[in-house]
Structures are given as structure tokens and as C-alpha cells.
Design a protein around this ligand. Structure first.
Ligand SMILES: *Cc1c(COP(=O)(O)O)cnc(C)c1O
Length: 237
């Protein structure tokens, strides 16, 4: 029996939902402003189906092949979010299938999404991933480069820039990432004030199992929760 197969997904979701509601209440926000994305990477479709049955329609995956496989196996009304690093040679497999690509961190990647979206005659909504903590090991555009990247991506007719995303360091204490979330929100406000054509900054994607409540207090409109819903991940086969 593999790890997690007997997780009570419904009970986990109820707890996450209560915490989201409490965080919204503390921040004076409507629950409707925050989308819960169930991050299902490495988890079998049976568990995703449990979450689906409990009402979840937004799922996040970080690998193209896994996302495509699960998409085929699961109901068509699911909104799939690409949240992991995306290689340009894989864009063609998902460009028209994802509700939102969260992890655009270079103009080269944006241009490839543009190329594929143009071929399919569609418009692909994206977020710009910001490397908020300026860690060398992480993906994401540097803060000082974000505005220029947003501008360049927004000039591509088959891309729609909808906001910012970040993956801060794993938080031991959720407070550790509050300043980081605040900075990203401020960055989104600054960019929104530039009034760039074809750009909205309505989506802020941050907050994971360890810090999603803090993220909501600091303006997140999408939180990406994996472990808190599906249990710990095992990468062993
Ligand atoms: C895995 C992952 C998550 C979810 O992490 P948990 O700590 O399990 O909630 C969120 N965002 C990204 C980009 C991820 O890769």
C-alpha cells in the first residue's frame, strides 16, 4: 500500500477550507476572492477524484506529462494549473489545455507560448513567476526584471498577463514569508499602476501548505495546497 492511499481527502479539505475562511475573515476579505488549487503532483488519479467529488475543480501539476495523463483520465470540467518550471520544448503539449500557466519566468518561454497559442488561434492566460527571495537555486524572474518582462510578454497578442506568482523558501514558521508576500503584492500594485495594455494584476498566486493562511492575509488570490490535502509526497517508486 503506497503512502497516502487511505488519506481522508474530504476531511483534509474541510480543514483547509475552514482555515481559508478564518484567514479571509481576519483579513476582511470575501472567501470568493481566493481560489484553492489542489496540488496533486505525484498523487494517483483516485485521490484527485476524491477531491473532485468533494467539490474541487482547480488542480495544480508541475510536470507536463503527468498533467496531460491526469487530464485525460479525469472529468473535463477541471481547470488545470501548470505551476512547475516549464521547458520551451514542452509548451506545445499544454498551451491550449491549461486554465493558467503560473510559471512564466523568461521572455523566451513567453514567446514559445505565443507561438503555440497563435497556431491554435487561442489566447493563453499566464502569470509571471517572481523569484522573491532571490535564491540562485530557484526559478523566477528577478524582482527588478519583472516589470520589463510583463511589458514584453503583454506585447504578444496570444498571451494575457493576469498577475504574479512566487514560490518562497519552505517556511518553518509561516510568518517567515509574510514580508515576501507583501513585496510581491506591492510589486503587482506598482505594475498595475503602469497601465500596460493587455495586462491585469488581478491574480496573486502564493501560499502553500505551510503558509497559505499568511498568504491570504497578504493578498493571495490563489493558494496552492498539496500536502495539506493529499498528505506527504513520496517520490520513491
Ligand atoms: C508542490 C508545490 C506546491 C504545494 O506544496 P505543499 O507544500 O505540498 O502544499 C505549491 N506550489 C508549487 C509551485 C509546488 O511545486
Amino acid at each position: 500500500m503506497t503512502n497516502g492511499e487511505h488519506m481522508d481527502i474530504r476531511a483534509n479539505l474541510e480543514e483547509v477550507e475552514q482555515r481559508i475562511q478564518a484567514a479571509c475573515a481576519r483579513a476582511g476579505r470575501d472567501r470568493g476572492e481566493v481560489t484553492l488549487i489542489a496540488v496533486s503532483k505525484t498523487k494517483p488519479v483516485e485521490l484527485l477524484m476524491d477531491a473532485y467529488s468533494a467539490g474541487i475543480r482547480d488542480f495544480g501539476e508541475n510536470k507536463v506529462q503527468e498533467l496531460c495523463g491526469k487530464m485525460e483520465a479525469l472529468p473535463a470540467d477541471i481547470r488545470w494549473h501548470m505551476i512547475g518550471h516549464l521547458q520551451t520544448n514542452k509548451v506545445k503539449y499544454i498551451a491550449a489545455k491549461t486554465a493558467l500557466i503560473h510559471s512564466v519566468d523568461s521572455l523566451r518561454l513567453a514567446e514559445e507560448i505565443e507561438r503555440q497559442a497563435a497556431k491554435l488561434d487561442t489566447v493563453v492566460p499566464i502569470l509571471i513567476e517572481v523569484n522573491a527571495a532571490q535564491e540562485a537555486s530557484k526559478f523566477g524572474a528577478k524582482k527588478e526584471e519583472v516589470s520589463a518582462l510583463v511589458r514584453a510578454a503583454a506585447a504578444l497578442p496570444h498571451i494575457e498577463v493576469r498577475g504574479l506568482m512566487t514560490v518562497p523558501p519552505i517556511a518553518e514558521n509561516p510568518e517567515d514569508n509574510r514580508a515576501c508576500f507583501r513585496e510581491i503584492r506591492q510589486l503587482s500594485v506598482d505594475i498595475a499602476e503602469e497601465n500596460i495594455d493587455n495586462v491585469s494584476m488581478n491574480i496573486l498566486s502564493y501560499g502553500m501548505t505551510g503558509d497559505y493562511e499568511t498568504a491570504i492575509e497578504e493578498g493571495a488570490t490563489m493558494v496552492r495546497v498539496g500536502t495539506g490535502i493529499f498528505g506527504a509526497r513520496s517520490y520513491a517508486r
